[in-house]
Design a protein around this ligand. Structure first.
Ligand code: ZN
Length: 188
């Protein structure tokens, strides 16, 4: 990648993060502008196709709803949700689809406080083969970490590292959503 291309990518990353931070601020103040614009967004995206500006890999937890918490309209995010942001081949394939075909290079790994999947990895093994695979993946990410909040962060960070390994051109950003107050904190 040449320097000007890299500069453009860095600018893009800063602008997207700023838009997300601003959106979360609106959400915290009780805004629902994105919901008010839903029908407009449905008409626009069905007519002209989807043009998401960010890929979001987040948890399946029912309390984490990306469009709400960033006050963004339908069509903003290409979202992949798995318990604990686990990454299988299918999940990576979904990220690559967005990167290669929808030309979205910004990937936000959005983990959250009190993540049940991370909690399970700290405490026990999966009850059946599929669940065990998922828990084992998170265990491998968090290694010997014992602190819950720290494990959430490490798990999200490692998901980003794995995604970047699969697709080097991705701009990976990380944030933690606090399920107790609606606040998103970006890391670094
Ligand atoms: Zn979770």
């Amino acid at each position: 990648m040449n320097q000007s291309h890299q500069w453009k990518k860095n600018m893009e990353e800063q602008n997207i993060r700023k838009a997300l931070v601003d959106g979360n601020q609106r959400f915290l103040k009780g805004a629902n502008s994105a919901i008010e614009k839903s029908m407009e967004a449905i008409k626009e995206t069905s007519k002209h196709g989807q043009k998401p500006f960010a890929i979001v890999l987040t948890c399946s937890d029912s309390r984490v709803v990306p469009e709400y918490i960033f006050d963004m309209p339908i069509g903003s995010f290409f979202t992949i949700r798995t318990a604990g942001e686990a990454l299988s081949m299918d999940t990576i394939g979904s990220i690559e689809y967005a990167y290669l075909h929808l030309h979205v290079s910004y990937l936000l790994i959005l983990s959250h406080t009190n993540c049940g999947a991370v909690g399970a990895a700290l405490e026990k093994n999966g009850e059946n083969a599929e669940l065990k695979e998922l828990i084992d993946e998170i265990k491998a990410r968090i290694k010997s970490t014992k602190d819950y909040a720290e494990a959430v962060k490490i798990n999200g960070h490692e998901a980003g590292v794995e995604a970047k390994k699969a697709e080097a051109g991705l701009l990976v950003d990380e944030a933690v959503y606090d399920i107790s107050n609606g606040k998103v904190s970006f890391i670094s």
